[in-house]
Design a protein around this ligand. Structure first.
Ligand code: PLP
Length: 424
């Protein structure tokens, strides 16, 4: 099935007389006839549900759908995108280990990596993802367990050369994790370019209606845990799971089963049935929405590029953008709906501009069907030092605009009058 069809039909196929729409299984627990049935579930011998922290039929259907969209062997929903990023790392690395990450990433992820993971004993080295191969490989240590980057970085809109990064990661025997939130599987499937694990904040385009916070981890099934000397946790008995060996018991799905069996079991950051229902509803129209987000954003970026008091427009689909060539390779169907631009007059003009908008709202959000706008330096990235800001590709006057599905003329009219107000 093609992606548009999978968005509607993957993960849930009603049988004779069952509901057409994915039902919300609002139940913490599930009953069985015998203790033997339950024992088999606990031993992971048979798939099934026993407690909604570890699995729920509604959540499971959405996981199967997202796995199908990304072309993976399995997926696990989490309570947020942050939880997905955290678990994606903790399934691979423990105290004393190390991760190499692109520096152009979401502010929340940067903080998670630079501060909280560090406190937990996992060190992250941030690299300029456009540096030479040699430079990037210099960051690798004997205890490195993963490479991490974003397909389209939030909010710098830098496009990751996934294929090159995957090759570098594989050269040293570690998987590449890609945060595919801004691209969505409609615009890019990182597994097609060699990425091993994908994470999403489903809060963004997958939901798309600003209804439900959530995240997901998807396993490509392609990384060979047995071939690399770095992942003994995958290939030797897990004492916390009475001696289970993940690669032996689950083959290609070793990573995603380990993520659930260890990390979801112990950390408990699960998605709810109601939440999964909303995410599913969003995914059903993902292709249509992404088409319009891309179309509107390209028109708006072209408009902004012609304005006197706009210094720079960052949108990978804009000819002349430093990411234009990478976008041609990785984002053939469009470059998503987010635009970053720098307004003349820095911090002050930026604030004046935002305060002058009438229809477009100020929100700590992106990827909503409604156009919204944000000033990263005073909100999402305010914890970052000036140096870290610069590393993440953000300037004080940078505005992040998430272009919605309104008629593009109305979006441009509002931007025009606010730019005029800010230029006085
Ligand atoms: C929003 C976002 C996250 C964090 O997701 P939450 O659902 O807000 O926890 C992670 N990565 C990217 C690229 C994001 O845009």
């Amino acid at each position: 099935m093609k992606l548009e069809t999978l968005c509607l039909h993957a993960g849930y196929t009603p049988k004779n007389g069952e509901p057409r729409v994915l039902p919300i299984c609002q139940s913490t627990t599930f009953t069985y006839d015998t203790t033997r049935d339950v024992a088999k579930l606990f031993d992971l011998e048979v798939p099934g549900f026993f407690y909604s922290r570890l699995g729920n039929p509604t959540v499971d259907a959405v996981e199967q759908k997202i796995a199908a969209l990304e072309g993976g062997v399995g997926a696990m929903c989490t309570s947020s995108g942050q939880a997905a990023s955290l678990i994606s790392i903790l399934t691979l690395a423990r105290a004393g280990d190390h991760v190499v990450s692109a520096s152009s990433i979401y502010g929340g992820t940067f903080n998670l990596f630079a501060v909280t993971l560090k406190r937990m004993g996992i060190e992250v080295t941030f690299i300029d993802e456009n540096a030479s191969d040699e430079e990037i490989l210099k960051a690798v240590r004997s205890n490195t367990k993963a490479f991490f980057g974003e397909t389209v970085a939030n909010p710098s809109m830098d496009v990751l050369d996934i294929e090159r990064m995957a090759n570098l990661a594989h050269k040293v025997g570690v998987p590449l994790i890609v945060d595919n939130t801004f691209a969505t599987p409609y615009l890019c499937r990182p597994f097609d370019f060699g990425a091993d694990i994908v994470v999403h904040s489903t809060t963004k385009y997958l939901d798309g209606h600003a209804l439900q916070v959530g995240g997901v981890i998807v396993d490509s099934g392609n990384f060979d845990w047995e071939a690399s000397p770095r992942f003994s946790e995958f290939t030797t008995p897990d004492d916390s799971y009475h001696g289970l060996v993940y690669t032996k018991a689950f083959g290609k799905a070793a990573y995603i089963v380990k993520a659930r069996a260890q990390m979801m079991r112990d950390l408990g950051c699960c998605q709810t049935a109601q939440g999964a229902f909303y995410i599913n509803l969003g995914i059903e129209t993902l292709p249509l929405r992404m088409q319009r987000h891309c179309e509107n954003a390209l028109k708006v970026s072209k408009f902004l590029a012609c304005q006197n008091n706009v210094i720079e427009v960052r949108y990978p689909g804009l000819e002349g953008s430093k990411n234009y060539e990478l976008a041609k390779k990785y984002l053939k169907k469009g470059c998503s709906g987010v635009i970053s631009f720098e307004i003349k007059g820095g911090r002050e003009a930026g604030a004046k501009f935002i305060d002058s908008l009438k229809m477009i709202s100020l929100e700590v959000h992106v990827a909503d069907i409604r156009t919204c706008v944000l000033h990263p330096a005073s909100s999402t990235h305010r914890q970052l030092s000036d140096h870290q800001l610069e590393e993440a590709g953000i300037t004080p006057g940078l505005i992040r605009l998430s272009v919605g599905l309104e008629n593009v003329d109305d979006i441009i009219d509002d931007l025009r009058q606010a730019l005029e107000a800010a230029s006085v």
